[in-house]
Design a protein around this ligand. Structure first.
Ligand SMILES: NC(=O)c1ccc[n+]([C@@H]2O[C@H](COP(=O)([O-])OP(=O)(O)OC[C@H]3O[C@@H](n4cnc5c(N)ncnc54)[C@H](OP(=O)(O)O)[C@@H]3O)[C@@H](O)[C@H]2O)c1
Length: 482
């Protein structure tokens, strides 16, 4: 194993060995894309050491041999005694690593070590219900002089569990060779960013179709989305926080940019609610975070967590330095740059539909660029408050619109256009064929697009705004190399 590889987490594909020839095919396909394989031998009906030995020579890469018990999430169908005998047989094949559960006896481990002293023993524990408060207790109960690597796998109930695991791995990896991540959908951040916090192995599924466990990221996605083999403990972390975040494409854009520009950084999604913000900030400071993108519904709620941000109405970017967290908003710049590629806004009449975080930023930027603004929103009080603050006009969905509008910016979610009254109200404005920016993504098949298609208005896609605001974020994070 080369030194460079040792300094980073080893990308390891988990191979459920159902039959030997299939495992041979699967490992051959992925050989150049991973650093190691874990052969899950509990999937075999019968363990045949000659066939395993042949498979090992064929793979010719660092290998973990595992015969996982059902209690720890495996599928071994015979008695515990038989399982332990299988583990001993595997050890005689002198693999690079062997994985045994936390509850095998200390004597068994000591004996295993004598069979093949050069094999590194991984002792692992799996928690399927939650992530226990005291992870140190789990580690403490596994310590053994013959064990080289400790593996602690728990279940995340929310993203904060995953961050707690990352923080713990970061701390423990100073004194032990450690693997820690959380199972479950909320555990994704720990599986992805673990490579930057000291995880010895980063486990991957063979493909998006062949997974031993749900929510294991595939080798393909680790390599093509996260470029995980380029990451190490010096990697800076960036994340999108908010809820919902499923449809966001930010991780694709930012990780691709980091890869292209050879920037040692990683971007992932963190589902966070307003109630979790205070705890999030603790982890943000202890982990190597350098920036956050903020999305709904946190753009305004996050202001309560920040000091000296009185002048801001909404935040979509946080830059994290050792001394402080700096808040900015790039939504306004992104939206206005996207519009001004088609039409300059100075002295033009611009209507913003919505009064949330994105709307605030867009109104602010549009006023600075000399546009005449009006605002309309479902909760009229919010629109009125904004209109008073910016000294601009406020419309109501209860009255038919009667003014001329050059540009319409929609910031409502597309589901809002299921409301016939809203569609009818909007059509009153479209006779003059204004330019329409729908800040949502995938507008091709949107309800709004469907409602306005007969008016042949020029429309600008939310993706255009997204790219422009994302580049502005990179600039704030000091990563824009253009
Ligand atoms: N393209 C980009 O780069 C980009 C950037 C930022 C945001 N976005 C997208 O823009 C959207 C808005 O983001 P945001 O941060 O401004 O969200 P937000 O702060 O939660 O504001 C949402 C706005 O939509 C209104 N709304 C929500 N559901 C509605 C419904 N069923 N009917 C009528 N009005 C409804 C809200 O009205 P009330 O005040 O009455 O609740 C509010 O004005 C999101 O979909 C986000 O993904 C895109």
């Amino acid at each position: 194993m080369d030194q460079g590889a040792r300094m980073r987490s080893l990308l390891t594909a988990i191979v459920p060995v159902i039959d030997y020839s299939r495992a041979r095919e699967e490992t051959t396909k992925l050989k150049g894309q991973v650093d190691a394989f874990e052969l899950r031998l509990d999937y075999l009906d019968k363990l045949d050491t000659n066939s395993i030995s042949d498979l090992m020579s064929h793979i010719n890469k660092p290998l973990i041999l595992t015969v996982r018990s059902q209690k720890h999430g495996g599928v071994f169908a015979h008695s515990e005694q038989q399982r332990l005998r299988c583990i001993e047989q595997c050890m005689r094949l002198e693999p690079s690593f062997i994985d045994v559960e936390s509850d095998v006896t200390d004597n068994f481990i000591a004996n295993l070590h004598t069979i093949s002293p050069k094999t590194k023993i991984i002792r692992s524990v799996h928690h399927f219900l939650d992530t226990p408060e005291n992870l140190d207790d789990l580690l403490q109960s596994m310590l053994h002089p013959s064990v080289s690597i400790y593996k602690v796998i728990t279940t995340a109930k929310h993203s904060l569990d995953a961050l707690r695991m990352l923080s713990w791995v970061q701390l423990k990896s100073r004194h032990h060779q450690i693997i820690g991540h959380c199972m479950g959908e909320a555990g994704y951040p720990s599986r992805i960013a673990g490579a930057c916090c000291g995880n010895y192995f980063t486990y991957a599924a063979l493909s998006n179709k062949v997974r031993v466990l749900d929510h294991t990221i595939s080798v393909h996605d680790f390599n093509t989305i996260y470029h995980i083999r380029e990451k190490n403990k010096a990697t800076k972390l960036y994340a999108l926080i908010g809820d919902p975040i499923d449809r966001s494409q930010g991780h694709l854009f930012h990780n691709n940019y980091f890869h292209q520009q050879k920037i040692n950084a990683l971007y992932f999604k963190l589902k966070i609610t307003a109630a979790q913000l205070a705890t999030l900030f603790d982890y943000v400071q202890s982990l190597p975070f350098a920036g956050l993108s903020v999305t709904m519904p946190l753009k305004q709620q996050i202001l309560n967590q920040l000091v000296n941000q009185d002048a801001m109405n909404a935040v979509n970017t946080l830059t994290i330095t050792e001394k402080r967290i700096i808040a900015n908003n790039t939504d306004g710049l992104g939206a206005l740059d996207a519009i001004e590629e088609t039409m300059k806004v100075a002295n033009k009449h611009l209507l913003v539909i919505g009064a949330g975080g994105a709307a605030c930023a867009i109104i602010d930027e549009a006023i600075q660029r000399g546009a005449h603004l009006c605002i309309v929103n479902r909760s009229a009080d919010k629109a009125q408050k904004l209109a008073q603050h910016y000294k601009v006009q406020c419309l109501s969905f209860d009255e038919p619109p009667h003014q001329h509008v050059d540009i319409v910016v929609n910031t409502l979610p597309d589901k809002a256009y299921q409301n016939e009254r809203l569609v009818t109200w909007l059509s009153g404005l479209l006779q003059t064929l204004p330019l329409v920016l729908d800040i949502n993504y995938n507008q091709k098949h949107s309800l709004l697009q469907h409602s306005i298609q007969n008016y042949r208005c020029t429309t600008i896609a939310g993706e255009k705004m997204f790219i422009k605001q994302a580049f502005a974020q990179l600039k704030l994070w000091g990563l824009d190399k253009n």
